[in-house]
Design a binder for this molecule. Sequence first.
Ligand SMILES: Cc1cc2nc3c(=O)[nH]c(=O)nc-3n(C[C@H](O)[C@H](O)[C@H](O)COP(=O)(O)OP(=O)(O)OC[C@H]3O[C@@H](n4cnc5c(N)ncnc54)[C@H](O)[C@@H]3O)c2cc1C
Length: 477
Amino acid sequence: MTQTRTTQITGLAGDRREVAQEALDTLAGSLDGSVLYPDDDGFAEATLLWNGMIKKRPAVVVRAESTADVVAAVNFVRENQLELSIKGGGHNIAGLALSDGGITLDMSGMKGVEVDAKSRLARVGPGCTLGDVDRATQEHGLATTLGFVSATGVAGLTVGGGFGYLTRRFGWTVDDLEEVEVVTADGTARRASRTENEDLFWALRGGGGNFGVVTEFVFRLHEIGPEVTAGLIAWPASEADGVLDVYRRVAESAPPELTLVVLRRNAPPAPWVPEAYHGKPVIVVVACHSGSPEQAQEDLAPIKSHGEPLADLIQVKPYVAQQSMLDATQPKGMHYYWKSEFLPGVSDELFATFNQQFVDLEAPANQIVLFQVGGALNEHPEDDGSMGNREAAFACVIQAMWPGDSPGADANRAWVRNAWQALKPYSTGGNYVNFQTEDETDERTEESYRGNFERLGSVKATYDPSNLFRVNRNIRP
Ligand SMILES: Cc1cc2nc3c(=O)[nH]c(=O)nc-3n(C[C@H](O)[C@H](O)[C@H](O)COP(=O)(O)OP(=O)(O)OC[C@H]3O[C@@H](n4cnc5c(N)ncnc54)[C@H](O)[C@@H]3O)c2cc1C
């Protein structure tokens, strides 16, 4: 008797299901893309994540090349009751891109960016990184609001809300999202916008990968650069009080064109840091001013003239260069652990707490970052898109990073958790869903959405009643 060949794949209930090889081969034969197994060329690359701490490995990768491929994959997992994950840029810190033992839909083959400079819209494939989009739009002197590290995926960043140097001018990334094409759990490819499938569009503006697989994003663009006044400036940590004081004064009166980030860490052994300060505690301000160079010079003068900086790299430079300036600080494959909170503002008490976390900090690359957000995002009602958090003025992120083979994992995680507990009293009560780690609870997900959480559940019940899309910060129907 001949035995049917099967592949074991994790099912929706966490069970192990035997899936007939013939069915998988039929799926593969119907695709513009391909199906990959662990021994295949390309499998390792397709399952590589930014956070080396994540140890999940899918049984099968479907590499989508078209919307039809996504429809076929969604129908396949639904009919066979299999677990599915969606991988955009693979940068999610919790490793949400991979299903452990299930099927991972790798979207990296869908990378097109089409810019219509006249109507100021960009059609963006879900496999694009932020850098892909910034480079294409900047050819026309245009940009949409994207994040600080260019290798991050546009898809995951956008469905989780998104912020960056342009947030204070234009709001969350999803405030510039005009339309999407999305394949929902029933295998239908739908358009969604403010005037079509409005509730689905509302949910996708922050609700993560819960509602379907986005196969195209359409972003509104704005005139930016192509040069901005931007870079970083660093002082020894002994000057932290004075720097935080000037940071606060400038940030609180800054026009929307200016975004200021402040962080404390030990100095990296970078060429721009004087050698005597390598490994020594520093305080750094990262600035990006998208107004005129003259206005930027005036607005940044109090910061640039403050004390005796170790280095001042703030200059007129291409916007795309600023958008990738921090890339090297976040190398792929290191182990990462973060916590975040949105803050309604900064205060002396907050700064004192911020400073306290650095006493005797041994870890070479750990940092606490205060990203200035606010501005345009505060001008929308809380329920304009599911992202909410419209009272946020700063995002505080406590970040640890270490090589996987070093013994410091527990100490690093403990440092992050302790610093987070100390800073949490200053929170709006909201945190950024895209910065949540593997060990966050459902309560934390609910806190990300607060007043919008219940409505997200009802949109989920409409479009994904059996919770097919569950490898995410899950919203149950
Ligand atoms: C170094 C670094 C810097 C960052 N900086 C910023 C920043 O400046 N601003 C900011 O807002 N965020 C920032 N983030 C957070 C970032 O937005 C999230 O990590 C986001 O999940 C990354 O998207 P991705 O596509 O790379 O993720 P992936 O890990 O590929 O995907 C994460 C999840 O997004 C969902 N998803 C992905 N593709 C699709 C799709 N096509 N359709 C539906 N759902 C999908 C799925 O649930 C998926 O599991 C940063 C992250 C890192 C690691």
